[in-house]
Design a protein around this ligand. Structure first.
Ligand code: LLP
Length: 462
């Protein structure tokens, strides 16, 4: 029997729940130990599009969407809708892909809203979040008829004024903090009492009463989100029970809420030791908890909404870098520097997040080197991976960092005036550019040099 041309990159890959793998589902290794994703050799992508490069695997993205939708169809007897939290990775292509899988979008700004609309998402399937939405953002939401997640009293007043001016009603989900603690990084917890988002659970009664006499408002449902990169199922189970209780109260006060939006938060595997629950298990837990609580309170089932971000896109993405300089400090550490860093992936410096990497051109070679992968920014903390095992790394090698599909490109900056990378979507041997690489001209585009500061030698760029 002849050997197959490709082998899967990972052992024991979970094709039904992409959040449980390090690599995209389509990652495969050829006989020369070269890594391919979406039928494209990574070395070819680097040669064609340059580095750093975000690579997104369409197969993995679609599998994640289908995992949520199928699990809801299987475990939740009522209606449901998955809203992709577009802050995880916002682009026209991503919005369009999510819409093509039947998902709606959660957006948190005018920029994200316009991206969703530009990507063809049905405005009826868009919810606008934000703890300090501007009038412009609220007006845009009203204009397009998207649902607003009501966050605070100021916003309630603004919406009242805008709706009255426009003689229009707004569909609202009321966001509250359910008082649930979960063991994730302190910065990404949002459901505990000390949170800037939403109404306090104690305030909810007053908000519901106020809106009971507001002809401009339709209380369409409730919303809560307890945090991100969560590996426990219990907090989501507790959340469902708290939310159903609040739903009962809303009905008692004369509202007809239809939607229960439990937010996002399911974690993903960034390093081998991470072991997040499968998407199906998360959906099953949440569904069972909502059904049980509704049964207990003898309530009809609400439409169940959830807002996954990371678990839909993180492991579909990888970042390709080229290795440059190497610094060996005997007895201390070996640094290898790549041509990106904290500007394209701010998560390690911001949250001490850990990642996994490989050399895509020698991915089956023995890992005999231990290196720390540093970025190129003028900041000592600009380190992407600490002390990771790799085959011997040399200048010019490509390095792939796994699971960068979420909160990388969407949090990228131009620190040190470094242009942001391009992004390509790969599938079936084809790569499609979905975000072009920024140029140095792009970076200077918004600068204005006042006349009195102009030097005789100032040379315009471009
Ligand atoms: N819904 C709401 C209201 C949210 O605030 C978030 C995330 C989500 C849904 C999606 O959560 P996910 O399924 O992605 O966990 N920049 C941080 C993560 C911040 C999450 C903000 N909110 C990071 O890189 O870890």
């Amino acid at each position: 029997m002849s050997s197959p041309r490709f082998c899967p990159y990972e052992e024991g890959i979970d094709s039904r729940s992409p959040n449980r793998n390090l690599a995209p589902l389509s990652a495969a290794v050829d006989l020369e130990h070269q890594l391919w994703v979406g039928g494209c050799r990574l070395a070819d992508l680097a040669a064609r599009y340059g580095t750093p490069l975000y690579v997104l695997d369409e197969t993995t993205l679609r599998a994640g969407c289908q995992a949520y939708c199928h699990a809801l169809a299987r475990h939740y007897p009522g209606e449901s809708l998955v809203l992709y939290a577009s802050k995880a990775h916002g682009s026209l292509a991503m919005a369009a892909l999510m819409a093509s899988e039947g998902l709606g979008l959660d957006v948190v700004s005018a920029g994200e809203l316009l991206t969703a609309i530009g990507g063809g998402v049905d405005p009826r399937n868009i919810v606008l979040h934000g703890n300090n939405k501007s009038c412009v953002e609220l007006e845009l939401a009203l204009e397009h008829g998207v649902t607003v997640v009501l966050d605070n009293w100021l916003e309630l007043g603004l919406l009242e004024r805008l709706c009255n001016q426009r003689a229009q009603r707004v569909r609202l989900l009321i966001r509250f903090t359910p008082g649930i603690e979960c063991h994730t990084h302190a910065y990404i917890r949002t459901g505990h009492v000390d949170s800037k988002f939403g109404f306090d659970l104690e305030e909810l009664e007053a908000v519901l009463r106020r809106l009971a006499t507001a002809p401009w408002a339709e209380v369409a449902g409730l919303h809560a989100h307890i945090g991100s990169q969560i590996f426990e199922l219990q907090p989501h189970q507790d959340l469902a029970a708290i939310m159903v209780k609040a739903l009962v109260r809303a009905r008692e006060l004369g509202h007809h809420p239809k939607d229960l939006n439990v937010g996002g938060g399911l974690g993903v595997r960034y390093v081998a030791s991470d072991d997040p629950p499968a998407i199906g298990a998360w959906v099953q837990t949440v569904s069972a908890a909502v059904v049980a609580a509704c049964h207990q309170h003898q309530q009809p089932l609400p439409r169940l909404l959830c807002e996954p971000g990371r678990s839909l896109v993180a492991t579909a993405g990888l970042t390709l870098y080229q290795v440059g300089s190497r610094k060996e400090i005997p007895g201390v550490r070996t640094y290898v520097a790549v041509d990106g860093g904290m500007s394209d992936n701010p998560r390690p410096i911001t949250y001490q997040s850990r990642y996994t990497a490989c050399l895509p051109q020698r991915c089956r070679d023995a890992a005999t080197d231990t290196v720390t992968v540093a970025g190129k920014h003028c900041e000592s903390g600009d380190v992407l991976l600490h002390n990771i095992p790799l085959p011997p790394v040399a200048s010019g090698d490509l390095l792939a960092v796994w699971a960068t599909g979420a909160y990388n490109s969407s949090m990228a900056s131009n620190y040190n005036r470094i242009p942001r990378p391009a992004a390509v979507l790969v599938h079936g041997g084809q790569a499609k550019l979905v975000q072009r690489r920024e140029t140095h001209q792009d970076l200077l585009r918004w600068d204005i040099l006042p006349e009195h500061l102009r030097q005789s030698g100032s040379v315009p760029i471009g």
